[in-house]
Design a protein around this ligand. Sequence first.
Ligand code: SF4
Ligand code: SF4
Length: 378
Amino acid sequence: MMNPQDEILKKFQTVSENPHEYARSIKEQTGKKIIGFFCSYTPEELLQAAGVVPFRLFGTARDIELAESHLQSYCCSLVRGGLEDALRGRLDFMEGTVFPHTCDSIQRLSDIWRLNAGFDVHIDAVMPVKLNTPSARKYMVDVLAGVRKDLEKSLNITITDHAISESIELYNRIRSSLLSLYRMRSRKPAVIPQSAVYHTMKAAMVMDRAEFAKDLEALVASLEKLPVKDVETVRKRIMLSGGICNQPDIYKIIDKAGGEVVWDDLCTGLRYAAGFIEESNQPIEALANRYTRRIVCPAKHASITARGESLLAEVHKQKIDGVVFLHLKFCDPHAFDYPYLKDFLGRENVPSMLLEIEEQAPPEGQLRTRFETFIDML
Ligand code: SF4
Ligand code: SF4
């Protein structure tokens, strides 16, 4: 018989490997509507408050053909793969999609999607680019209030402040447990493999959030009881930095090459989990605070050095030996930030390497050699 943590991890892995299947089954079982999104600036808390299941789109890794007639081949594979899924009808369980305006590719995709994907609900959240000014925060409040109104209109519902507050509480529970998992993994890597953390993160962005919160809390409680000592690992401690990571094999390959991914700075990782929301009686204002104060991605701006500083702070805090920048090919925002971040780390003698991947990761042997070379030099 499987122990409780293995059972939950198996469930998360199944969802992570078959997200569309999961979405179809949850829709059938609960009757809940499903709304897709691509980017971690999507105010999911409002979707949850609207009674729908927010569903992160990761894009297909295969047969990108239909999307080619709408997008240039130099768009990132996330955007091309997502559109391919929509055009092939693989997202027919969704009611629609929310597009926060972040990178150019996502903004352009929104227009193409509206005209071609054929969903009833299409919401643009045109958020400020510069985030740390009083006017940006005020603007963010207006944008979030607009998303709330658009959801109400599109779904023919009312979203009460009470529902938003409940949603905020739920997201705080989820994010606090995800952070516990990250900290546990950093302190005692043997407690849970990083590939299992990857599947947990992916399930966090796909599953019915109340169900996920319950499972996650049970998982963390169960892992905390495991008799694993706080031993210093002799393996090199690696941090991944970039946008989306949809390649669980990367973790295993780094592992085989003698490294241990113990932390990250990814949109599908810690940047999603970080950012507690105040539980106040002004829930939209509280949400605006999170979305203007969260760790920035390169498509947003807080200050010239904000990303470098937060990356370096985590490198020191988590005792990282080396950083692997993991970028999707043709992802301009991350490519533009890379030279400065590499420099920022280099000034403090933190080694880093860059790995650019397409929808399919390079063959294992090739990747392993690159990681081994990097890890040997740490
Ligand atoms: S890197 Fe920024 S723009 Fe891209 S998905 Fe992440 S949050 Fe969105
Ligand atoms: S931030 Fe990069 S990976 Fe994400 S959608 Fe934009 S171009 Fe693609």
